[in-house]
Design a protein around this ligand. Sequence first.
Ligand SMILES: Nc1nc2c(c(=O)[nH]1)N[C@H]1C(S)=C(S)[C@@H](COP(=O)(O)O)O[C@H]1N2
Ligand SMILES: [Mo]
Length: 239
Amino acid sequence: MTSRRKLIATAAVGATGIAAAKIADSYGLIPPDYKGPYGAGDTLTYAAQRLLASGSPAREFTRAQISKKPHAHKAPPQDAAFLAHQANGFANWRLAVDGLVARPVSLSVADVKAYPVSSQITQLICEEGWSYVAEWTGVPLSLILEHAGIQPNAKYVVYFSSQNRRVDSIDMADALHPQTLVTHAMNGADLPVPFGGPLRLRVPRQLGYKNLKFLNRILVTDSLEAYPPKSKYAWYAGI
Ligand SMILES: Nc1nc2c(c(=O)[nH]1)N[C@H]1C(S)=C(S)[C@@H](COP(=O)(O)O)O[C@H]1N2
Ligand SMILES: [Mo]
């Protein structure tokens, strides 16, 4: 969410914020970073988007609209472990799927590629004000989760990057959304390392920072207590 929208939402809620929060809570629609300075505004935006648009798709584009020069943000990892993976074509890279699942698994990139693929031409939008359109191909996260057997008390998916131990999370509505992909290809080729190869979680309904590169673990959980949302940006970054 842009800070302008955040301000408008916060101003619009004003004194009624507490009431909005109570309604949202009764529907399980309090975002887990509610306590911050924008708490009431974030809650209203989150609750409104979850109620009105929880199944709605992110905009898709045509092939002609694919960006000629997509913008890779920041250098890929340079640590010895990552460079070793890269040197042997990520043959030993693993994506762990664990937590509240009946059958925890550890998937190789080949295992991920063996799932039915889905492609989308969507826009990656950075909160810093730039964006690009690309075609992403991968397996819907929902397929991996359903295969692992999601337990009924699951509420969130926490996902991990090998880069700087970066972690983020989404709720089950976004985790099971058909456009949320464990991506292994971009613009018709293996996902390039600068764009998060070998695997990246693509969450096109949320801002760029929710789209973690160098994905190596997916944890299904009923609480974010162990992985509290970072305060720098809103946890729910719906667009
Ligand atoms: N592992 C990892 N994932 C990341 C980041 C990062 O620094 N490291 N940056 C995030 C941010 S802020 C944005 S906007 C996008 C940038 O994606 P791009 O490199 O494809 O442009 O990746 C997100 N995922
Ligand atoms: Mo970003």
